[in-house]
Write a protein that binds this ligand. Sequence first.
Ligand code: GLN
Length: 485
Amino acid sequence: MDLFNLTIKKAHNLLVGKKVSSAEITRHFLDVIKKKDGDIRAFLAITEKLAMKQAKKVDDKIAKKENIGLLEGVPCAVKDNILIKNEKCTAGSKILENYVASYDATVIKKLKNNGVVALGKTNLDEFAMGSSTENSAFGPTKNPCDLTRVPGGSSGGSAAAVAADECIFALGSDTGGSVRQPAAFCGAVGLKPTYGSVSRYGLIAMASSLDVIGPITKTVEDAEIIFNAIKGKDKLDSTTIESNLSIFPPEADQPLAGNFQFSKNLKIGVPKEYFIEGMDRGVEECVRKVVDKLGKNKNIEIKEVSLPHTQYALAVYYILMPAEVSANLARYDGIRYGKSASAKNKSLLDFYLDTRGKYLGFEARRRIMLGSYVLSEGHFDDYYQKAGNVSGLIKEDFRNVFREVDLIVAPTTPNTAFKIGEKAKDPMQMYLSDIFTVASNIAGIPAMSVPCGFAGKMPVGLQVIGPWSGEDKIFALGKIIELLV
Ligand code: GLN
């Protein structure tokens, strides 16, 4: 039985048709991981016992001739900053190396209720801070398309696991591009949902006003299925919203985007600010080719649009995000969570300094310092407050453009996956790889990366950006794009 390249529906049909058992599918993926992951290193931990237990539940149901849901018995991988009860959760950090989660994240509860089988936890940049997984305390993940290159980050393990066919889908988290950029680098689909549409309860916080959990999948349809399974209001996360609402409500004259049916006259905006000097020509060509093909459809109108404050998005992100990081990471003090340095003959301050100096990585410490600085007395107005004001302008740009068009299409990243080590010593270059992804996080709007071809041997991602709660529109266009490439 060929169990390669399974999508959710294909797996479901095999299970319902009794062609294969849930235990067999699970075993197949565990075997693939065993075979391939020594090179790729997408996984930090395999949750075999849990996986086999979940698979057995599904097989018992099938044996009893009970109907099974679409996700029952579907194996997935989970980014290691999302809690699974009784399993380790490291966030890619030494400080949480032995931390065991005492509860399930809401998304995990939802997936378990749907019968999903969790195969393991995937590698990430420490506390999701990075664009390559090189900031993981447990070593980098390799890109399955070329083992000398990074898989992107911070959800690089999740994207690599999907691309290497080590699971059917994976969960990632996206604060500034961490689902979309690795999906683009590995040739997978990656959705960053509307902020607040998916509960953050049980996601280890990076920057709470930007963080959102999203699926990485092989197809747009699978991303849609998983998004619909994990979304929804949650009383354990007060920033969550009912689907099709948003905490950044559109203006009164702008209709909400829910339940979109693609029929005719779809207006797509191509923002001129997303084609910049210095970007990879191969990336631009791939994206332009798809835009041209879309333009040939008589029901689609392509329009050049402008998001004039895009040039400030990266600066705004790298002020707001570290400010929140510095506050969120304050909890790793060696007392309440994780590892601690020896407290013998030490003042409290020295104990903190030792613990955090020893067990937090370089990038985490850099961002804590940057964040503390931008929030400090005398600098707050210059940095944090100003960045907050400009983030309002970035939101306004999107509001204006979504009065003219239904969706925006742009490259996900300016370049394809870079070599391991190429940017590790140059944080500015690393930060620049987020240039096309951070604005959607600042605005809270949904965006999805869809594979749109190759530049050389490496996959290229095209980003479909939608209005608040416009996931349905994004899926509709994403499925059309899949047929064009
Ligand atoms: N690469 C970005 C950063 O380093 C994005 C991180 C993320 O989305 N978690 O901040």
